[in-house]
Design a binder for this molecule. Structure first.
Ligand code: PXP
Length: 250
């Protein structure tokens, strides 16, 4: 009951991942569409944060995009990044408000699974410490697996972003099971005092149940919003998503 009451009063933040605005720009190697303008339009429509993934292969977002966003936007910048040494050096220099550590494989189309914190505990713990010392709030992108959550706790991360990809890609009873895993993971994180975020594969239909997860603080959504923007414009696409998330609680 207490859990339910406290959940009713909260606001879930929406971070807009604008990587695919850069994907479109890189398709022609020019300057359109502008990643910075996309960030500004998202903010005008109510985005609480801007998320970009600076990949090692620089397939979409470029270093200049990160620098420009860091200097000019009025909402927190969340930098998705691998734990590789060059990336950690960039992040400690740019000092975004937030960093989300993700696994990265060159051949993948998008981030496919969560970090294996159990396996890479030592390195991740060291990276978390360096980023925190640089004044960056750190999040680990992980699957909703109890052992990974326990390992995340040991790294002293501020947040965990729960990977919602499996939930998004299933249906029927499997989807219910995935939602149950996400709920249990949220509760476990809360018990550890770790902030709960979620993202990946969320769209205008499947976001509602995720927005009702206990203790959820922030959602990071990209592909579905940028896709919808092709038809209704970015401003409306962000507004529509904000409305669904807000109404998930009313
Ligand atoms: N969160 C993380 C950690 C991601 O890697 C991504 C994809 O870059 C997202 C959220 C956004 O996922 P989607 O584009 O499927 O909404």
């Amino acid at each position: 009951m207490i859990e339910k009451k406290s959940l009713k009063s909260k606001k879930i933040l929406l971070g807009i991942n604008i990587d695919h605005v850069a994907t479109l720009r890189e398709a022609r190697g020019g300057i359109f569409p502008s990643v910075f303008e996309a960030a500004m339009e998202s903010i005008r429509a109510g985005a609480d944060g801007i998320t970009v993934h600076l990949r090692e292969d620089r397939r979409h977002i470029q270093d200049d995009d990160v620098n420009e966003l860091r200097k000019k936007i009025s909402v927190p910048l969340n930098l998705e990044m691998s734990v590789s040494e060059p990336m950690v050096k960039i992040a400690c220099c740019v000092k975004p408000e937030k960093a989300c550590l993700v696994p990265e494989r060159r051949e993948e189309l998008t981030t496919e699974g969560g970090l294996n914190v159990m396996k890479e505990r030592k390195r991740i713990r060291e990276v978390v410490k360096r980023l925190k010392n640089a004044g960056v709030l750190v999040s680990l992108f992980i699957d909703p697996i109890p052992k990974q959550i326990d390992a995340a706790h040991e790294t002293e991360t501020d947040f965990v972003e729960l990977h919602t990809g499996s939930y998004a890609n299933t249906c029927g009873s499997a989807k219910k099971r995935e939602l149950g895993r996400l709920r249990a993971a949220s509760r476990r994180l809360h018990e550890f005092g770790i902030g709960v975020n979620a993202g990946h594969g969320l769209d205008y239909k499947n976001v509602e149940l995720v927005a009702r997860l206990p203790y959820l603080q922030e959602l990071n959504i990209g592909h579905s919003i940028i896709s919808r923007a092709v038809f209704v414009g970015l401003f409306n696409a962000v507004k529509e998503m904000k409305k669904i998330i807000r109404e998930a609680y009313s």
